[in-house]
Design a protein around this ligand. Structure first.
Ligand code: C2E
Ligand code: MG
Ligand code: MG
Length: 257
């Protein structure tokens, strides 16, 4: 099943979009997180049909959200792609099918890739990413800053969004760590890319990012990933608050609750 985590504008904490995160509802083990099963689905190739399902389900859900909030902001949906989808499947046709089936406007879909996906076969990756972009979807570089060729990848691949890895947000960061996160934000602004800071948990991290001029963020501080029912409640609460600010903090649904 898919859970969804809001991505917010840091200036006012308003939702701008959400990321679809896969979970496996296991009969004995309960809710299993992707780190515990995605590697095996990649080894077996099962990730290709699963990834196709994720695309369709996330687009369907994003279109439901759009219909639910006709007067609200246009929220975009982020979907993580696996290297196997980029290498061994017709991911362009899969994305096209997911969009046309759901009626979701392509500009409201963002596909997240990581640098490590680009290493093995950069030529094929650049062709596929350009084809995907030609559909009108956006491409985000996930976990940015954890690989080692970030800068060359940003110039070679069609990328619209940088998702700054949460390792940049360690509490009590060193001077170097602060300078690095500031450099990532500056890089985004000079290349006209949106920057989303991942893993914001603390008020202090939020303040630091705002000071740096980072525009978007995602993390437990705002909301944990939640099921589609909780997402509906969360977004409706958000919209009501925009009309009539209550001042009361909203209860944050817990993952899997
Ligand atoms: P990711 O794409 O970087 O997703 C963000 C991860 O950070 C999620 O973990 C999310 O729950 C977690 N996170 C968000 N805010 C915070 C925070 O404030 N603090 C901390 N400590 N963590 C936070 P999750 O859901 O376990 O997903 C892990 C990874 O699995 C994802 O990293 C992504 O690479 C992969 N993944 C998830 N869903 C899919 C999918 O549908 N397809 C593929 N191929 N990979 C997926
Ligand atoms: Mg991601
Ligand atoms: Mg990430």
């Amino acid at each position: 099943e898919l859970h969804y985590q809001p991505i917010v504008r840091l200036a006012d904490a308003r939702v701008a979009g959400m990321e679809a995160l896969l979970r496996w509802q296991h009969p004995e083990r309960g809710l299993v997180v992707p780190g515990d099963f995605i590697p095996f689905t990649e080894e077996t190739g099962l990730i290709v049909p699963i990834g196709r399902w994720v695309l369709r389900e996330a687009c369907r859900q994003a279109a439901v959200v759009q219909r639910m909030l006709p007067d609200g902001p246009e929220l975009y949906m982020c979907v993580n792609l696996s290297v196997k989808q980029l290498q061994h499947s017709d991911v362009v046709a899969d994305v096209q099918d997911a969009l046309s089936e759901s009626g979701l406007p392509p500009n409201l879909l963002t596909l997240e890739i990581t640098e490590s996906m680009l290493i093995d076969d950069p030529e094929i990756a650049v062709v596929k990413l350009n084809e995907l972009r030609a559909l009108g979807v956006r491409i985000a570089m996930d976990d940015f800053g954890t690989g080692y060729s970030s800068l060359s990848y940003l110039s070679r691949f069609p990328v619209d969004i940088i998702k700054m890895d949460r390792s940049f947000l360690r509490p009590q960061p060193s001077r170097e760590a602060l300078d690095l996160s500031s450099a990532v934000v500056a890089l985004g602004s000079s290349l006209a890319l949106d920057v989303v800071a991942e893993g914001i948990e603390l008020d202090e991290q939020l303040r630091r990012l705002r000071d740096l001029g980072c525009e978007f963020g995602q993390g437990f501080h705002f909301a944990r990933p939640m099921g589609s029912g909780d997402l509906g409640d969360y977004l409706e609460g958000m919209l009501q608050e925009a009309v009539m600010p209550s001042g009361e903090p909203r209860p944050v649904p817990r993952d899997g609750a």
